[in-house]
Design a protein around this ligand. Structure first.
Ligand SMILES: Cc1cc2nc3c(=O)[nH]c(=O)nc-3n(C[C@H](O)[C@H](O)[C@H](O)COP(=O)(O)OP(=O)(O)OC[C@H]3O[C@@H](n4cnc5c(N)ncnc54)[C@H](O)[C@@H]3O)c2cc1C
Length: 353
């Protein structure tokens, strides 16, 4: 079977690995010059580690990543909730902190050791289905025929647009800011910290390497907004971004399939984006190998929608300005402090999905 994977982000790379380990070699193209250097996603869940354990990728991720052992939620200076992060059901006990460029490098190296090389500087321009095949035209002027084409080409997916698949949802007006920094003497090297600075403003810190942390918040300058004293050694990256919450109407149409951000996007609250793409890729590879491609779209659409809905509830709760929503959030935190079952549910969601 001839398969084209468009996009060598975490989704496309995972899909190519999951196929290659079952002896099906796909062609992978990416419009970039080389592998990405952006540190976007920083949390790898135990579900992703389970998926990537079959190809030996997890071992390498675990060697480099920081196991995040606990989460602390502050309302102003008050520690409202502290909980251990632990999965009861997974072989991999917790979430790993690692910048996305390192994750992608490990995925790309593993793929290359399986004999598949990503073709960089090749963009898919367009395609059309002709009978039993898909005819593609790439930026190198080549026309090629494939049995299947997979859009793992991110939020602005050419594959999705070319297939006329609607991407329903909305764009949030507020701006978020991000910073990756090296800190001296930060006392929580394995803790995820969320602070509600004031009503409507939330900032988060996540360990992503030795003395290295990701800060993100719905404010203009996250480092200035973070209320605890920080001894900053180096600022590796600062930036701003906006959030869209969208899902493709269907994840497949004829011989065309969508996975990862091409199929859905949402807020970074909960850090699920990359992990959902990895899960899409694993499911799609399984459906290709088992020849039940009809199953892919309904299975992944349902699961991704569930996770996106939970993430949206969490975003609304932690960024709420209204008095009612703030009381609801405080009540949930107080209940979680007293009810181990709620603590475990929150912990499981953070670690596993
Ligand atoms: C600031 C920021 C912070 C984030 N933080 C987190 C987090 O903490 N946790 C988390 O899980 N997620 C996070 N995300 C989301 C995460 O980065 C994405 O969900 C993830 O990168 C999706 O992977 P992907 O492979 O589906 O798409 P992408 O990573 O976008 O990869 C798509 C690839 O397709 C290529 N491409 C596009 N068009 C074409 C074409 N026509 N032809 C050939 N190639 C093409 C692109 O060059 C790119 O390499 C964050 C995102 C941002 C922006």
């Amino acid at each position: 079977m001839k398969i084209l994977i468009v996009g060598a982000g975490p989704t496309g790379l995972t899909l190519a690995i999951e196929l290659a380990r079952r002896n099906l070699i796909a062609k992978v193209i990416d419009r970039r010059d080389s592998a990405s250097t952006l540190s976007r996603a920083v949390g790898i869940t135990s579900r992703s580690l389970e998926i990537l354990s079959h190809s030996g990728v997890s071992e390498r991720l675990i060697k480099e990543g920081i196991p995040i052992q606990s989460a602390c939620l502050y309302q102003g200076n008050h520690l409202a909730l502290s909980l251990p992060l632990h999965s009861d059901s997974s072989y991999f006990p917790t979430i790993l902190g690692l910048p996305q460029d390192r994750t992608e490098k490990i995925l790309a190296d593993s793929l290359s050791s399986m004999g598949v090389t990503v073709e960089y500087q090749v963009a898919l321009n367009k395609f059309q289905e002709e009978g039993q095949s898909v005819v593609t035209l790439s930026s190198n002027g080549k026309e090629e025929e494939f049995d299947l084409i997979i859009g793992a080409d991110g939020i602005h997916s050419t594959v999705r647009k070319n297939a006329n698949i609607p991407y329903y949802g909305f764009d949030l007006p507020e701006q978020w800011s991000i910073a990756d920094v090296e800190l001296d003497g930060w006392p929580y090297p394995q803790t995820f910290t969320l602070v509600q600075v004031k009503p409507g403003i939330v900032v988060v810190s996540v360990p992503i390497g030795k003395n290295r942390y990701r800060f993100v918040g719905n404010c203009e300058k996250v480092l200035e907004a973070f209320p605890m004293p920080l001894k900053i050694q180096t600022v590796h990256r600062e930036g701003v971004f906006k959030i869209s919450v969208r899902q493709a109407k269907y994840f497949s149409k004829g011989r065309v399939f969508l996975a990862g951000d091409a199929a859905h996007c949402h807020s970074p609250v909960g850090g699920r984006g990359m992990n959902l793409g990895i899960a899409d890729a694993a499911q799609l590879a399984k459906c290709i190998i088992e020849n039940n491609l009809d199953q892919y779209s309904p299975i992944r659409q349902r699961e991704d929608k569930r996770v996106i809905d939970i993430t949206e509830h969490a975003r609304k709760l932690v960024t709420a300005k209204s008095v009612v929503a703030r009381i609801a959030f405080s009540t949930i935190l107080a209940a979680a402090n007293h009810l181990p079952l709620i603590k475990r549910k929150i912990s499981q969601f953070v670690v596993e999905f």
